[in-house]
Design a binder for this molecule. Sequence first.
Ligand SMILES: O=c1nc2n(C[C@H](O)[C@H](O)[C@H](O)CO)c3cc(O)ccc3cc-2c(=O)[nH]1
Ligand SMILES: C[C@H]1O[C@@H](n2cnc3c(N)ncnc32)[C@H](O)[C@@H]1O
Ligand code: SF4
Length: 377
Amino acid sequence: MIPGIDEYDVDVSVEEAAIESLLDVEPADVSPAEELSFARNVFVPLTTACRYTCTYCTYFDPPGEATLLSPEEVQEILQTGVDAGCTEALFTFGDDPDDRYTAIHDQLDEWGHDSIHEYLREVCEIALDEGILPHSNPGDQTYDQMQTVAEVNASMGVMLETTADVDVHAGSRQKTPGQRLNTIANAGKLSVPFTTGILVGIGEDWRDRAESLLAIREMHERYGHIQEVIVQPVSENERWQGGSPDRATMRRVVAMARSALPEEVSVQVPPNLTDARGLVDCGIDDLGGVSPITDDHINPDYAWPALDELEAVAEHAGVPLRERLPVYERFLPTELRSPGFEGRVATGDDWLSGRIVDALAEQSTAGERYRAILADD
Ligand SMILES: O=c1nc2n(C[C@H](O)[C@H](O)[C@H](O)CO)c3cc(O)ccc3cc-2c(=O)[nH]1
Ligand SMILES: C[C@H]1O[C@@H](n2cnc3c(N)ncnc32)[C@H](O)[C@@H]1O
Ligand code: SF4
């Protein structure tokens, strides 16, 4: 049984035969994508406080040192993003920071908020007012927490990491696969277009990788909400010297992801952590959110490639590079999709809230930029 799953009302039943057949997949078995997409984002590390201490993570700060960005600081970062033509405000932060740190709780209280999710809602509203679309990844979330912020996000995400019980998540407070899957299920129940993925090289074996990808597939079959799956190699930093998966491993696991998932779900690799050129023939079709202005705060030692380097990856593969929004086009109401859009899956019109649809349809500089990106197919 997947660790921790019995604590939640999530039924995941990956079949042994499906795992076995995925284990046979090789890069030569998949067809390369016809284009590569990316989004321009600005990274907003709302707080570095986290209730967990994953041993590969350099993001979290210990109590006493952790910070919380004020609304003014957030607004300033967002403004630089808007000025640089970004369409995505990536709010990523530690899991339930206010639960473990009284200083964070007290600061939120001073700003008039009961919880980090209430505060997240406020900063997402600031983003929408500034003309940039929120994509939040606050780690694990309950249904109620997610409901607080769902209507002010264009999409949300959490990495499953792995379905295996691995040492890197050990300790008295830890991520569990059951809780991550529950978060993914909550997004499905709330119709939130969702990003998830696996972290490769944290002690999981090939069978675990196959099981993780198939568990994601099962979630998508149930709710239809998975927009992309990130295949992320764990990367070395001052806290993690346990190595990073080699090229052959990344090639095989990307091919497994492409085979495991239905066609409409994108397979993404981060271009600052991988040699994306060497993965296009294994089935990637997305290079994720890339920032022209902010660091990757999670992997600060790995600089974002410039746009012309992304162009070079696409050129090397002989496919076009296309900018996208943080929410994939099939989740948009039909009237906002580009004329040339051929939805491979009918999704209906009820994914995005009125607030997000208004932002996309607005007669404003931001609205025009969003529509220009959609029209550029
Ligand atoms: O800059 C990063 N962006 C990360 N992103 C952002 C992602 O590249 C884009 O926000 C999505 O492609 C949406 O456009 C994540 C998004 C998620 O929902 C879940 C996990 C990640 C992980 C990272 C990451 O490590 N670094
Ligand atoms: C937001 C996501 O960042 C990823 N993450 C955290 N630390 C690292 C690292 N050292 N290398 C690669 N990815 C990492 C986790 O998968 C997390 O879910
Ligand atoms: S990976 Fe996320 S959950 Fe784990 S310690 Fe870092 S911030 Fe916290």
